[in-house]
Write a protein of this length. Structure first.
Length: 104
């Protein structure tokens, strides 16, 4: 079976979605068919929609994204910077679910 590739950035679906975000806030949102994922910084909303629909075999209604800039932190007196992270909040069609605890 051939995996779908995203045309704009030539990323595979496994490269677009890095990890699910499992926090208290995202678990409450999952009751409203909204799931949160860490995604590649150069991925678009269409890339994320294709990746979620391909990997989890669900129908995606809407994708919202946000970019979190990395904080500047000190470590033993030296300045360092955490990496920038892009998150995607994906709303599924009614009746659809993703079981994030079981993995792929």
């Amino acid at each position: 079976m051939k995996l779908a590739t995203v045309k704009a950035n030539s990323l595979s679906v496994f490269d677009v979605i890095r990890a699910p975000v499992i926090t208290e806030k995202s678990t409450v949102a999952s009751e409203n068919n909204q799931y949160t994922f860490k995604v590649a910084n150069n991925s678009t909303k269409q890339d994320i929609k294709i990746a979620v629909e391909t990997l989890y075999k669900v129908k995606v209604e809407k994708v919202n994204t946000l970019n979190l800039k990395g904080k500047v932190k000190r470590f033993k007196g030296r300045l360092g910077k955490r990496n920038d992270v892009k998150k995607a909040i994906v709303r599924l069609a009614s009746g659809q679910k993703i079981d994030l605890s079981s993995g792929l």
